[in-house]
Design a protein around this ligand. Structure first.
Ligand code: NAP
Ligand code: G4F
Length: 320
């Protein structure tokens, strides 16, 4: 039975990845941090089937202890302060978790189990306002502290691969969403609002930049790409994306329409949700992942929106 250690197991991707690994016969270990509220709801259904260790990416000793206890064959580094707007407010904390956190974990793995395969959650945010479909060859030009910290982690991972011969891969993932998406990200913020409007517990929704375009896929597809990277004989860097972008406005229109509503009757523009600098359009070219990993997305944009809206209508009705 192979063993995997997942940081960020309580997050959106961590929970989908844990589902996939348990299903594929792995012994799954995860690092969880202390919180004053329940931060394990996304993995509650896995209780007793995953081993959890206290830890934090800012605390090197806790990472060493978790790596030593798990003795992993595969390590997935998914933990992050992952909110772009928050990274403008907390640039130092974001760098500590995202950039130095990756360094701490790489060092723990290099010291204790250098044969383990390592996945780093890299991001399309590293490219900034690059033109056209973005591939692995597109230069990085991050436009926020989060993207800059991810660039550091990306380069460090490549360096560990080249300098120490470790099996390290960067998955350069474009936006992926799901029914488990955090509620501060725009897609879930919209579908939660649609659900509550249908249930009669909310009437207005305040948003920022409606013109921004993102390449949105479903997280369940994207964690499969992560796993496929670690099954290759060598580590590598792969863009994972659908190849199609939509505007935030389009997402709104479809999500409200799926509930029989007109988004223009409910949405307000609020400058509080605009960023000091945004990225107008992000669209990825996942040809390398398609050819080398045999990966392709299975859930299209309309299905993604439909699933999230249906889930959030039911949730809002229960809560109402
Ligand atoms: P998420 O839902 O925000 O989950 C982040 C996870 O990191 C949570 O489990 C969180 O724990 C944990 N975490 C945060 N700070 C930590 C710290 N100091 N020490 C230990 N754990 C910490 O993010 P996601 O959407 O699943 O994304 C997973 C990874 O992929 C992230 O690295 C993100 O930057 C990257 N990424 C995401 C996307 C996307 O579209 N979703 C695209 C590209 C890359 P709590 O539950 O306790 O908060
Ligand atoms: O949903 P978002 O907050 O996601 P963003 O900034 O693209 O980042 C996500 O995807 C990255 C991959 O590209 C990940 F690396 C990162 O960790 C995260 O998962 O915002 C999407 C777009 C932005 O242009 C934002 O300005 O939606 C725009 N937007 C408009 N109104 C809003 C809002 N974003 C949020 N969060 N909230 C709003 O009210």
């Amino acid at each position: 039975m192979p063993t995997a250690l997942v940081t960020g197991i309580t997050g959106q991707d961590g929970s989908w990845l844990a589902d996939l690994l348990v299903e594929r016969g792995y012994e799954v270990h995860g690092i969880v941090r202390r919180a004053s509220v329940d931060n394990r709801h996304r993995i509650a259904h896995l209780e007793g089937r995953v081993h959890l260790h206290w830890g934090d990416l800012t605390d090197a000793d806790s990472l060493v202890r978790a790596v030593r206890a798990a003795k992993p064959d595969e390590v997935y580094n998914l933990a992050a302060q992952s909110h772009v707007a928050v990274s403008f407010e907390l640039p130092v904390h974001t760098a500590d978790v995202v950039a130095l956190g990756a360094a701490r974990l790489l060092e723990a793995v290099r010291t204790l189990c250098p044969e383990a395969r390592f996945y780093q959650a890299s991001t399309s945010e590293m490219f900034g306002a690059a033109e056209g479909p973005i591939s692995e060859d597109t230069p990085f030009h991050p436009r926020n502290p989060y993207g800059a910290a991810k660039v550091y982690a990306f380069h460090l991972c490549r360096m560990y691969r080249e300098a120490y011969g470790m099996h390290v891969s960067n998955g350069i993932l474009f936006n992926h969403e799901s029914e488990r998406r955090g509620e501060a990200f725009v897609t879930r913020k919209i579908t939660r609002a649609v659900g509550r409007i249908v249930a009669g517990t909310q009437s207005r929704l305040a948003l920022g930049n409606l013109d921004a375009r993102r390449d949105w896929g479903h997280a369940a597809d994207y964690v499969d790409a992560m796993w496929r990277m670690l099954q290759r004989p060598e580590g590598g860097d792969y863009v994972v994306a659908t190849g199609v972008s939509h505007a935030v406005r389009d997402f709104c229109e479809r999500a409200f329409a799926a509930a029989g509503l007109d988004w223009r009757e409910h949405v307000d523009i609020d400058p509080r949700f605009q960023r000091p600098m945004d990225i107008p359009d992000l669209v990825g070219d996942a040809s390398l992942a398609r050819e080398t990993l045999g990966w392709a997305p299975t859930i299209d944009f309309d299905t993604l929106v439909g699933r999230m809206v249906a889930h959030d209508i039911e949730l809002a009705r229960k809560q109402a």
